[in-house]
Design a protein around this ligand. Sequence first.
Ligand SMILES: [Zn+2]
Length: 383
Amino acid sequence: MPFTLPTGAQMATWLSRLVQLPSVSPDQAGPRAGAPGEALLAAAVAGWFAALGGEVHTEDVLPHRPNVYGVWRGESDRWLAVDVHLDTVSVEGMTGDPFDGRIAQGRVYGRGAVDTKASLAIMLALLEAMQASGVRPTANLLIAATVDEEVGATGAPAAADWMRRGDLMVDELLVAEATSLAPIYGHKGVVRIEFQIQGKAAHSSQPHRGQNAVVAGAQLALALQAEHERLQSQPPAGLGLPALTVTILQGGTGINVVPDACRLALDRRVVDGERAAAVVAQLGDLAQAACPLPLTMTVQKEIDAFYQPVDASFIRQLSEWTGQPPQTAPYGTNAWAYADVARQRVVFGPGAIDQAHAAEEWVEIAAMEQVATIYARWWGATP
Ligand SMILES: [Zn+2]
């Protein structure tokens, strides 16, 4: 049977099926989230990968939250990989049934339709079409279906670890997200830190008996703001300037009590040329030096920027195939996690990011058809 691309209707059917398997991140699951679905979706995906000729590996990243890896052996030494996340954001504020997966007006509706089950549906439909005609990808192919993208971002680093353990360095890695068909070659990373400042309580009539944690926190906040201003005077990197924002400053127990504790939190955007771990260390030193009272530090997020030179061959190729110029993105994705297991990376997929996380979520079937053509060319499966 000669190879033909999957039709829009076939891809819409796959997507509808995926939307009907709720996979709201457990951290955002409310009364409307349905069954705890990320693991059910992972099990279904593992079954489909196996049925479509893939070697399947699964591993729990968090308890009962497995990544699924499907591998299809090709005819060359080249390796291609796709990261596609399984989880979706909350559905509590959505209008209508978030999981009906209805197909109407040339669109598929429901939570995850655009972020990012459309890309998974395209790949499943394409693998099905390839299997039906006995076509194999020319390069080796890894599809990593990852958990926990929307909240903790632990799925992608686990997938990268799995690749590292298997000595797998892929030539081109695509992170599936809604990019309106533009190849995304960079976005900022983020560091989030919380400090607890320890003072000593006393009656405010005798403040010299206490140690004022709120005043110490204020000094630290001003030192951090000065650091932000220093960052603004640096020459911009490819992704622009880093930014540091003090987001929380909290303390005090009563209007006549010297406060014994103060909490300060910050968000620091990381650009190319910086390492998140080095930023954490630098801010730890700065805080020790600027705060007159003892403090403890908790790192809540430590994520590098993703930055791929805009003239990288993979970026240029996708741009040529789609007719869309390469862009950077204001939002973050899993791409940062694969820095040392992929020679080239890109973020790419059908549909607009404005649709993701929205009260009504949908993707155009026509955009899925365009992306299927591009995946087929990339995988070397052409009619
Ligand atoms: Zn997403």
